[in-house]
Ligand binder design. Structure first.
Ligand SMILES: CC(C)(COP(=O)(O)OP(=O)(O)OC[C@H]1O[C@@H](n2cnc3c(N)ncnc32)[C@H](O)[C@@H]1OP(=O)(O)O)[C@@H](O)C(=O)NCCC(=O)NCCS
Length: 208
């Protein structure tokens, strides 16, 4: 007897080619590539500061912790749940930050993205150059339809960054983030695939 068909709700509609390895994504003056265990020391140096981690979940506290995180990221990628890119400026071989995409619901093609750069690279254009490529990857190669980000309302820089590729604040999640004993509100910022494609088609300056 053949299996009944229940439509896309019951079969993953998220593309899976990326599970065997992330491609290199080229942008002006940088490359986004798969994390390697050897990146642990550089990422620890760049991301383990109060300035970078003030409004995000604490990064690993030492190099060994970053090595464990990178191995975990690779295993999650194989499982189709997570993609994490290292941001490597053209002048370096070591990364200065990460962009991550965590699949929340493959049936609904929904994922959460997040990012962090070493503070010396803030305001350099590296965020937006990377974001364009990562969003294209999420909506293209991963087949996602909705990208969510949670950003502390007090994180003006993170919120300002999210506005740039057209993310829209759908809601405020009250006291949804705990850091150092303090409970903070977060904005739920979303980008829909059709909105991204529309924005790209009408505003090449803003998103290209
Ligand atoms: C988030 C992050 C990757 C963005 O990179 P960035 O290089 O700082 O981002 P950009 O400079 O391109 O964009 C930030 C925007 O916020 C704006 N901004 C900065 N401080 C601001 C403030 N106090 N109030 C309002 N807007 C502010 C900037 O002016 C900029 O917009 P503009 O280029 O249109 O002027 C980086 O700041 C970072 O790693 N932060 C720590 C980790 C983090 O918070 N991650 C995000 C979690 S949601």
């Amino acid at each position: 007897m053949s299996q009944p068909t229940f439509g896309p709700r019951w079969s993953s509609i998220v593309s899976e080619g990326w599970r065997s390895g992330l491609p290199d994504l080229q942008a002006a003056s940088l490359t986004l590539r798969e994390l390697q265990v050897a990146d642990a020391g550089a990422l620890f140096e760049e991301l383990n500061s109060d300035e970078v981690s003030r409004f995000i979940s604490p990064p690993p506290a030492n190099v060994a912790g970053f090595e464990r995180f990178i191995r975990w990221a690779q295993a999650e990628r194989v499982g189709g749940r997570y993609a994490c890119f290292a941001v490597v400026p053209e002048s370096r071989s070591a990364p200065v930050g990460i962009f991550q995409i965590r699949v929340l619901d493959p049936h609904q093609a929904t994922a959460e993205w997040g990012f962090a750069l070493g503070s010396s690279y803030w305001g350099t254009g590296m965020f937006m150059a990377s974001a364009r490529r990562v969003i294209d990857f999420a909506f293209g190669q991963m087949g996602l339809r909705r990208l969510e980000a949670r950003a502390c309302v007090a994180n003006e820089r993170g919120t300002g960054a999210l506005r740039k590729p057209g993310a829209v604040c759908e809601a405020v999640l009250h006291q949804s983030f705990e850091r150092d004993g303090e409970r903070l509100d977060q904005g739920l910022w979303t980008i829909l695939r059709e909105d991204w494609l529309f924005l790209k088609s009408v505003s090449r300056v803003a998103v290209h």
